[in-house]
Ligand binder design. Structure first.
Ligand code: AMP
Ligand code: ZN
Length: 307
């Protein structure tokens, strides 16, 4: 197959765009579409300082690279979850983020959950009997917000792609979860001490972000988080891939169609956020969920050491 732009040998065919592109023409196309999404949803401008939450995977590292290529002022934040999984998952991920930071000559902020909380994500799972992903999501959201405020960033960007968002929408729709549906959007505006959050890769498939990472020789961690293996979201992604294969463009239409009617799901007046009495981060309760988690961990650890 030949590249539609220059007739050289194509490296990717995107049936949903009926478009084949070669190695040279792919990155400019990808950057152009990144910029379009940023503008369409008014995510940020060249005057804003952007904090990219990087996991060490292809999507978020490709995002950091793309934003710097587009001339945005974008630094990284890596949250070390302390997950080993038999292959040093978190250590490998951190290394990948550090390598890209060096190459881009940008700052990488890092924070260690084990140091801050006193327990890593697997230890939090054991001590709280929460499913790992719920404790993990809580600490990630907390540090993204706290560090973006402390280090004075205007907006937090994450690497969620079309496959992720379509799978979440699918799950929310299967449950008709109105509150979650009301909140699913590529831009969450700043409010009461919660920084603005954006997802510039909302329209790219996993294949597209992978190819961008490969043509730019970005070294990323290929393994999934060991806790994600077997997750329902992967099963939903498989179903959506079948639909997409049968009818290219399905995922994008699913998402865009939803964005048009999303306001119908507007949730009732949300509780006001006030500063946590311990840490000052926004919360709907006196003490935020993160500080309550830390307290709980410390109490469990003290009980264990006495026993
Ligand atoms: P996930 O929830 O693992 O699918 O990740 C979604 C997005 O959250 C990624 O694209 C990153 O932008 C961000 N993210 C995930 N894990 C981390 C981490 N350990 N540190 C910083 N950002 C992360
Ligand atoms: Zn707090």
């Amino acid at each position: 197959m030949k590249c539609r732009k220059c007739r050289q040998k194509a490296i990717i065919y995107m049936p949903e765009h009926r478009l084949a592109l070669c190695q040279q023409c792919y990155a400019p196309w990808f950057l152009d579409h990144t910029e379009r999404a940023i503008k369409k949803f008014h995510m940020f401008t060249h005057q804003d300082r952007v904090l990219v939450a990087v996991s060490g995977g292809k999507d978020s590292l490709a995002l950091w690279h793309a934003l710097t290529e587009l001339g945005y002022e974008a630094d990284g934040l890596y949250i070390d979850l302390g997950i080993d999984g038999g292959f040093g998952y978190s250590d490998k991920s951190k290394q990948a983020c550090m390598r890209l930071a060096e190459r881009l000559h940008r700052t990488l902020h890092t924070v260690s959950v084990a140091e801050e909380v006193g327990a890593s994500v697997p230890e939090i799972k054991e001590l709280t009997r929460r499913v790992a992903c719920s404790g993990c999501g809580l600490v990630k959201r907390y540090f993204m917000n706290r560090i973006s405020l402390d280090a004075d960033y205007d907006v937090i960007a994450t690497g969620h792609n079309l496959d992720d968002e379509a799978a979440v929408l699918f799950a929310n729709t299967l449950r008709w979860d109105e509150e979650y549906l009301a909140r699913q959007y590529p831009v969450l505006q700043e409010r009461d001490g919660l920084r603005k959050k954006v997802k510039p890769f909302i329209y790219f498939t996993e294949k597209q972000t992978t190819v961008y990472a490969l043509v730019n020789r970005i070294e990323y961690v290929r393994e999934e988080c060991p806790f994600a293996v077997g997750a329902t979201s992967l099963y939903h992604k498989g179903i959506l891939n079948e639909l997409e294969h049968h009818s290219p463009g399905t995922k994008r239409r699913f998402l865009d169609g939803f964005f048009k009617i999303r306001e119908r799901f507007s949730s009732p007046e949300r509780a006001k956020l006030t500063p946590c009495q311990k840490c000052g981060q926004p919360t709907t309760t006196e003490i935020c969920a993160y500080c309550r988690l830390v307290d709980h961990i410390h109490r469990r650890q003290a009980a264990h050491s006495v026993a």
